[in-house]
Ligand binder design. Structure first.
Ligand code: C2E
Ligand code: MG
Ligand code: MG
Ligand code: MG
Length: 284
């Protein structure tokens, strides 16, 4: 009963947006004012060094505290934000807020952490992105190596020479580039070759039914081997069970992220959630 317009091949209604009385125009209007009314929040999910090593950073995940519908997840509004172009200012807000939070953790002594921010295809294609990233690092006095930008392979549809150049310049600053949801795109291997990546995140789809001897196990092993050869940090996302954790560790996955180790939480709960981990160094 999901209504689709088929216009431009897009779903005109996001499934969950269709499930209530709000119409598309209303959602768009709501989204337009959400930024100025401060309705966006970031939650943070830890990334751990494999198998049960220290926290190496966190991924910032966007939430929308809607005045009527409560907490709305990114899968339900990112597409609308992209179609309307609002993802540009929203994405800039995410970057700013995540870097502000990372600055706070850095000041507390968590010097080895990286904050990961998801980048939409539209941002990736925005010629201003380099300036935006540079300005936000400067504003929060954040060393570039503390920031990771996660790009998905679906961004390949905007894969132009100029967007690749922008990304290369951002990488040259010392910012990490992570290929998110690896293995789900149409041109994974080509993408791997063209992107100035430091990290590769194995898509949750390969992790879900993971156990020794399965087809997924063979795929994951191959991805890890490939990443090793290319000198990339390999992160597995969506780790929910000890079986998955054990397998990923046994094949040499560098880092793990998932509900088993830590769910996304608001920043004020983050340090408590990763207890008993302590900062490696405390600044005066
Ligand atoms: P992603 O970047 O691949 O993020 C991982 C998603 O998996 C997150 O969903 C996270 O909450 C969820 N997750 C983490 N561990 C587990 C697990 O063990 N099991 C399961 N079942 N799920 C797990 P979330 O927060 O709903 O975000 C969904 C997607 O929305 C993200 O996928 C990302 O592509 C996009 N997104 C999130 N924040 C932003 C943002 O600030 N900007 C943009 N452009 N996209 C964003
Ligand atoms: Mg991500
Ligand atoms: Mg992912
Ligand atoms: Mg994903």
């Amino acid at each position: 009963h999901t209504k689709r317009s088929g216009r431009n091949g897009y779903n005109f209604f996001e499934p969950s947006m269709n499930a209530n009385a709000h119409n598309q125009l209303q959602w768009l209007q709501d989204l337009r004012v959400a930024l100025e009314r401060g309705q966006f929040r970031l939650v943070y999910q830890p990334k751990f060094m494999s198998p049960d090593g220290p926290v190496i950073g966190a991924e910032a995940l966007l939430r929308w505290q809607h005045p009527v519908h409560g907490m709305v997840g990114p899968d339900d509004f990112i597409a609308l934000a992209e179609r309307s172009g609002l993802i540009i200012p929203i994405g800039a807000w995410v970057l700013d807020e995540a870097c502000r939070q990372m600055r706070e953790w850095l000041t507390l002594g968590y010097q080895d952490w990286k904050i990961a921010v998801n980048l939409s295809a539209l941002q990736f294609n925005d010629p201003q992105l380099l300036d935006v990233v540079q300005a936000v690092l400067e504003k929060h006095q954040l060393p570039p190596h503390c920031l990771t930008l996660e790009v998905t392979e679906s961004t390949a549809m905007y894969d132009t020479a100029s967007s690749m150049q922008t990304l290369q310049k951002i990488a040259d600053l010392g910012v990490d580039i992570s290929i998110d949801d690896f293995g789900t795109g149409y041109s994974s291997l080509l993408y791997l070759k063209r992107l100035p990546a430091n990290e590769l995140k194995i898509d949750r789809g390969f992790v879900r039914d993971l156990s020794a001897g399965t087809e997924d196990a063979a795929i994951v092993s191959a991805i890890v081997a490939l990443g090793r050869t290319l000198n990339l940090r390999i992160v597995a996302e969506g780790v929910e069970t000890e079986v998955q954790q054990a397998f990923l560790t046994s094949v040499g996955c560098d880092a793990l992220q998932g509900y088993l180790m830590g769910r996304p939480v608001p920043p004020e709960q983050f340090l408590q959630a990763i207890q008993p981990q302590q900062p490696t160094m405390r600044q005066a």
